[in-house]
Design a protein around this ligand. Structure first.
Ligand SMILES: *Cc1c(COP(=O)(O)O)cnc(C)c1O
Length: 245
């Protein structure tokens, strides 16, 4: 009960921030999706958030996410969209393709192939229905070794986009990035503007790729101002995690 009160308060505070950012940017709140990132927090928090109206949940560590999501009561699972947002090893892709609705962190061809094969198998076994939505994670700060992402080069991005579009079990939905470390908000804004421009470029050939996932607890206002359609917010809703991401 105490946890529910706490999550309700924090969710409301984040909602207020998003609402203010949308009105300042002249944007419709309905055009921005809040993804509550629940990594390191228990399934009971996911249930509480779903009860409070959260529609989208994010996870970034397969070792905990699989059991957590698969263990949710079906009625809860049916009400939420699950986004995998973390760096993903190719050998974990099959499992993630079964329980996720969206994978936001696709950054290499081998991962595209593994997710496609995994989703196709899950569909055949009746373990997943529908296509797996995919975002291309772009490395805006040349720190892919730390946080993943395809290089910010049109040729590399186009190659990956075409591979996703050609994969029978995947659907290309757009782009995602994490702001490079250590930037002030003006520089974060430029990075997010760049991401949005890359997304627009993608839409010339892939009209459905209109999602731009940017912004976390510390920079969600900047992301809204830069046109993000998806915000991935952990700490500001759930509280601080036991260890850094
Ligand atoms: C953990 C995580 C988030 C949430 O970060 P907060 O700063 O806690 O809001 C967002 N995106 C990704 C990829 C993450 O791993």
């Amino acid at each position: 009960m105490a946890r529910e009160v706490e999550l309700r308060e924090r969710l409301r505070a984040v909602e207020d921030r998003i609402g203010r950012a949308c009105s300042e940017a002249g944007r419709d709140r309905a055009d921005v999706t809040l993804v509550a990132v629940t990594k390191f927090f228990p399934a009971s928090d996911v249930e509480i958030l779903a009860g409070l109206g959260a529609t989208d949940i994010g996870e970034s560590r397969d070792q905990e996410a699989g059991a957590k999501i698969e263990g949710l009561p079906q009625a809860v699972r049916d009400r939420i969209r699950v986004h995998f947002v973390g760096q993903l090893q190719t050998n974990k892709a099959r499992r993630v393709a079964r329980y996720a609705d969206v994978v936001q962190s696709v950054d290499r061809l081998r991962l595209v192939r593994a997710l496609d094969a995994g989703r196709a198998a899950a569909q055949q076994e009746g373990a997943a229905s529908g296509l797996l939505d995919v975002l291309l994670q772009v490395d805006l700060g040349r720190d892919s070794a730390v946080r993943g992402g395809v290089a910010d080069e049109p040729a590399a991005i186009d190659e990956l986009a075409d591979a996703v579009a050609a994969a029978a079990a995947l659907r290309l939905r757009g782009v995602m990035a994490i702001a490079p470390l250590g930037l002030d908000q003006a520089a974060v804004r430029r990075a997010f503007d760049r991401l949005r421009a890359l997304g627009e470029g993608l839409r010339h050939t892939h009209p459905c790729a209109d999602w731009v996932s940017a912004g976390m607890s510390g920079d969600l206002e900047t992301a809204v101002a830069a046109g993000a359609t998806h915000l991935r917010v952990g700490t500001a809703i759930l509280g601080s995690r036991p260890s850094p991401r």
